[in-house]
Design a protein around this ligand. Structure first.
Ligand code: FAD
Length: 527
């Protein structure tokens, strides 16, 4: 007879409604199936007194069927499963619903094991429970494995979090799979930028390779150093980064037999700011000495070049006089020849003195090209000018970009270049009567160039002088004994820019003062 009672919810015990199956299979098949099932099965009355137990039950619990028949399931209780668990079990059975959970059971020999138990009511045709069905399996080993994995995970997380280096694991889509506390702190400092993305971009720029290629090579990289300007105040920090590839098995069901692996990139980011700061202070001291020396040499060069320039004039005059006298040779030939002879001697002596003076001009040695971080270089320049900026009450507007590709160039020459431009700006503003004194430094990458603009709010350069200011000895300033005012500053700026295959000009559109734009191509010297 077909049963038309259907379960009202999915977890309600299903009612067998396929009479054909029942008729086609003898009852003994059902019995044998239960008897030989590898899962421990028991059937109880409504008080949980055992009426039947299968072979697997005996194997699991150590009790023969004859030993448990008539006894309560509580014979298996170890007495330390919380009361709440049993209350939940009985609560569900009361509602005629199955329950599953884990209990601590005790075998006949007293040994404890974890039983994953599923109980369900056996309902009659009137949907009334007449028996309970219990099925359980030993999950002690599984639990201990799970526990071990959990413990190891907790230990790894603790160790990774305790590390004072930032660690982040990225998947193939550069999504964060795992990160530690130090990384989270860095991410907060750099918000809204994601540190790993900024770092990877810098690595790609520096290596000139796409990240996919680096990933495919599978070898990673080590001691990759970058400097980033972190936070709203653009605090410069240095990081040494190691990257390693980790292959991890796919956890999805599809991967169960195929075992494909995914390649993850682990970045270990070590903040080496303190170390760099110490090195920076030492470098700044050395640089200050170098610049002072360079400035002394430069003013000597300018003084000597100025003297040479002035020296040349009387020589030229004497040459002209000789030429005139030679043309007029006549009656007073003897006297004229004497004068010409004396003038020639004077010219020769003058030429000798000129050559000696010229040889005395210190030559310029640009040094060796190196990889230059423009942010750092400009920051150094500003740092060296701090006293002057403060003295003249000049506000500095300096927003370095988060990352700048390295420029290959002559570091001390580029220092002199920007120091000269900053000094010019300070001098122009100091001399001006305007109360608005602002120095703005902007560096950016444009096309294949690093473009640096130095803007001031001084009187500016009149249109007719915008090209001439780069000529040697062109100056609008009076000569002083301190060596300034020779008009060689911008000539040298142009020289240094040319050494780097770049260009320099004064922005004709800038109205608030003077803006000098320096373009330095990245291409020629890139690594
Ligand atoms: P109590 O929970 O205090 O119960 C005392 C008696 O009342 C027991 O005979 C209990 O079976 C019965 N009882 C309790 N609540 C009800 C209720 N609402 N309706 C009817 N009778 C109730 N426990 C285990 O520890 N390990 C097992 O492997 C296990 N298998 C089970 C399999 C089935 C099919 C069923 C129905 C129960 C099973 N139990 C099992 C639960 C077990 O019957 C006890 O409830 C439990 O062991 C707690 O023991 P206790 O001595 O504290 O009994």
């Amino acid at each position: 007879m077909a049963n038309d009672k259907q379960p009202s919810s999915p977890d309600e015990t299903p009612v067998i409604d396929n009479q054909a199956i029942l008729e086609g299979l003898p009852a003994s098949v059902f019995f044998q199936a239960v008897e030989h099932s590898p899962v421990a099965i028991s059937i109880t009355d409504l008080q949980a007194n055992i009426l039947y137990s299968n072979r697997a039950f005996t194997k699991e619990t150590g009790y023969q069927a004859s030993e448990v028949l008539g006894r309560n399931e509580s014979v298996l209780s170890n007495r330390n499963t919380p009361r709440l668990v049993y209350d939940a079990l009985w609560g569900r059975l009361k509602q005629r619903k199955p329950w599953s959970g884990v209990l601590v059971n005790r075998r006949k020999d007293g040994k404890r094991y974890l039983a994953e138990l599923m109980v369900a009511p056996v309902l009659n045709d009137d949907n009334e429970p007449i028996h309970y069905l219990g099925m359980h399996r030993d999950v002690t080993e599984l639990y201990s494995l799970e526990q071990r994995v959990q413990n190891q995970k907790a230990m790894i997380e603790k160790a990774v979090n305790a590390a004072n280096v930032a660690i982040v694991l990225l998947d193939e889509e550069q999504q964060i799979v795992l990160d530690n506390l130090a990384y989270k702190t860095l991410a907060t400092d750099m918000a809204p930028q994601e540190p790993s993305h900024v770092i990877l971009r810098a690595i790609q720029d520096e290596m000139g390779e796409r990240l996919e290629t680096i990933r495919e090579r599978g070898v990673g990289f080590s001691n990759f150093e970058i400097s980033l300007d972190v936070g709203r105040n653009h605090v410069q920090r240095w990081f040494s980064i190691d990257g390693s590839m980790i292959e991890i098995g796919d956890e999805s069901a599809d991967a169960f037999f195929a075992q494909p692996t995914r390649r993850y990139l682990m970045l270990v980011i070590n903040d080496v700011t303190e170390l760099r700061k110490r090195q920076h202070t030492e470098r700044m001291n050395a640089l200050q000495l170098l610049i002072a020396e360079e400035e002394a040499l430069q003013s000597m060069r300018e003084a000597l070049n100025g003297a040479l320039y002035q020296f040349q004039r009387p020589l030229n005059l004497m040459n002209a006089a000789v030429r005139m006298l030679e043309q007029r040779k006549g009656d007073e030939q003897a006297i004229t020849e004497q004068v010409i002879g004396a003038l020639r001697e004077a010219i020769a002596a003058g030429n000798d003195a000129h050559d000696t003076l010229e040889r005395a001009v210190p030559r310029e040695h640009p040094g060796v090209k190196s990889s230059i971080n423009m942010n750092e270089l400009l920051r150094n320049v500003l740092e060296l000018s701090t006293a002057q900026l403060l003295k003249h009450g000049i506000l500095v507007d300096w927003h370095p970009p988060l990352h700048m590709p390295a420029l290959i160039g002559y570091e001390s020459r580029l220092h002199s270049l920007f120091k000269q431009l900053v000094d010019n700006a300070i001098e122009a503003m100091a001399a001006s009567s305007s109360s608005r004194r602002e120095l703005s430094l902007v560096a950016r990458v444009e096309g294949g160039d690093i473009v640096v603009t130095v803007s001031d709010t001084g009187p500016g350069v009149p249109e007719e002088n915008r090209t001439r200011v780069f000529e040697p000895f062109f100056s609008t300033k009076p000569h002083t004994n301190q060596g300034a005012g020779y008009g060689m500053g911008l000539t040298i700026v142009q020289e240094i820019v040319a050494e780097h295959l770049g260009t320099v000009h004064i922005d004709p559109l800038y109205q608030e003062g003077c803006r000098v734009c320096v373009h330095l191509p990245l291409g020629s010297g890139r690594k």
